[in-house]
Design a protein around this ligand. Structure first.
Ligand SMILES: *Cc1c(COP(=O)(O)O)cnc(C)c1O
Ligand code: SF4
Length: 465
């Protein structure tokens, strides 16, 4: 006798919840810019694809002088903008370096609103005074450096500043205390890529058995030569307790051509990653995209080469006003990163850096953005929004403050595992505060009072945990 199959009750289709058809607008992250978009720039009008993809051509034509940069877009951008930017450069305490690729991704017919322009090219008319509580090395990286160029703040991980140059220079850079050629206004700490300086760092790492995780940054690992990547990578992998390494670089965002045409360099990175896998050690590329416009068909191809070779990527974004401080941009960025195969890792509250007040935004903004982004893409593609607490508290979840007053813009964080007993303050930009808060900051006698109030409330909150 054959068993009777159970009778399946037919479900009525109309009883099931029906998802409406997908809104095509939500798939916009798949439309990557392609074709010879650079040819709108007069200087690149005759540049063919092979030339544009050549990393040597990109490096050779990278612009390091404000006058040259503005010359390159004359006729595209308005005279008013060009004058404003020339003055912006004159008063900026940061070096200039913009690749032809980045230059071509800017919409020069609307330069004031362009999210890429804002990251690299200052304008005098939009400049705001620095916050009175801003200090030079705002992250206190020097304070946690046992040897020059190595920050050992967290128990098991350290930040290795391997060199002091980058493929581009960003206005908002946290490490403006070290990277780029000296500007008149700031005296820099020397972090050159010298074998002697590195040896001291390797010895320190080898002498500290608790160090399992090394971040190789700078400057920017993109500017290390192939042989340097190999030497540094191999040396660190040889240290038995080092189990995890990341090469941190903005290169994939600003010069993806290097992955495609600098074979020696790409193979060096791939080789270190492969050696790591053989040793059961995790070697990753950490990159730095801030806006969906930075991700093109060229990025996709570069990611393709890395992906196929087993090099995986995580992304860190800096939250910037007028660049990516709105929900739609953050969601498009999260989706586009996922689409090209990068994992969203962190979105950083903008550090307190000289001359960048117009790019900072409030802790409240970061909290709202995180709420909207979470749930958009897979959990492993969802970035955590963090504040790198000024004064050396390290990264804290934006919403994990002990106290936050949206009127004074003061937030207070603790880091019990990293710096027990200490309190760390972040300050929202004053121009975004309600009138009452702005008035208090206008009166110097109030500064200490506001901070004492915030610290007192934070203490009460922390101690009641
Ligand atoms: C960011 C950072 C690290 C790495 O921290 P993760 O949270 O693991 O990404 C290590 N050391 C310093 C000083 C850092 O700023
Ligand atoms: S690439 Fe990175 S280290 Fe270099 S200037 Fe930009 S943010 Fe700073």
């Amino acid at each position: 006798m054959v068993d009777q199959l159970p009778v399946v009750q037919e479900e009525k289709d109309e009883a099931r919840p029906q998802r409406p058809p997908v809104d095509p607008a939500t798939l916009a992250h798949r439309d990557l810019r392609s074709g010879p978009f650079w040819q709108v720039i007069p200087a690149f009008a005759d540049v063919d694809e092979a030339t544009f993809l050549d990393h040597r051509w990109q490096m050779k034509n990278t612009i390091t002088k404000p006058e040259k940069l503005l010359q390159a877009v004359m006729g595209l951008a308005s005279d008013e903008f060009l004058k404003d930017a020339a003055e912006g450069f004159r008063i900026a305490p940061m070096a200039v370096r913009v690749s032809p690729y980045m230059l071509s991704l800017i919409d020069w017919t609307h330069p004031y609103d362009d999210p890429i322009r804002r990251q690299f090219i200052p304008t005098a008319s939009t400049r705001l005074p620095d916050h009175p509580k801003l200090t030079f090395d705002s992250l206190g990286e020097q304070g946690d450096a046992p040897v020059p160029g190595l920050t050992h703040r967290y128990p098991d991980k350290a930040l290795f500043l391997a060199l002091d140059t980058c493929p581009v220079y960003c206005r908002f850079c946290t490490r403006s205390y070290a990277v780029g050629p000296d500007q008149e206004m700031v005296e820099k700490v020397s972090l050159k890529a010298s074998p002697k300086r590195w040896e001291v760092i390797f010895d320190y790492i080898a002498s500290r058995p608790e160090l399992e995780d090394i971040v190789i940054s700078g400057g920017d690992a993109w500017n290390l030569r192939a042989a340097q990547i190999e030497a540094l990578g191999t040396r660190l992998l040889e240290i038995p307790h080092v189990r995890r390494m990341r090469f941190a670089s903005k290169g994939l965002a600003v010069l993806p051509q290097k992955v495609l045409t600098d074979d020696a360099w790409a193979e060096a990175l791939i080789g270190v990653t492969k050696r790591g896998r053989e040793l059961q050690k995790d070697v990753m590329l950490h990159t730095h995209f801030n806006h969906p416009n930075e991700i093109t068909d060229i990025t996709m191809k570069a990611m393709g080469r890395l992906f196929a070779a087993g090099v995986h990527t995580r992304n860190q974004t800096v939250l910037q006003r007028g660049v990516n401080d709105d929900v739609d941009t953050q969601i498009l960025l999260a989706r586009r990163l996922a689409w090209i195969g990068a994992h969203g890792y962190y979105v950083y509250q903008h550090d307190m850096v000289k001359g960048t007040e117009e790019l900072r935004t409030t802790v409240h903004t970061a909290e709202v953005l995180e709420k909207h982004v979470r749930g958009t893409v897979a959990g492993f593609n969802t970035p955590t929004f963090v504040v790198d607490a000024p004064g050396g508290g390290g990264k804290r979840g934006v919403h994990s403050y002990e106290h936050y007053d949206r009127t004074t813009g003061i937030s207070v964080y603790t880091a019990p595992r990293v710096k027990p007993g200490q309190y760390f303050l972040y300050f929202d930009p004053i121009d975004l505060l309600p009138e009452e808060g702005q008035a208090r900051w206008a009166d110097e006698a109030e500064h200490g009072k506001m901070i004492d109030e915030a610290l007192e409330q934070a203490r009460v909150s922390f101690e009641s945990d």
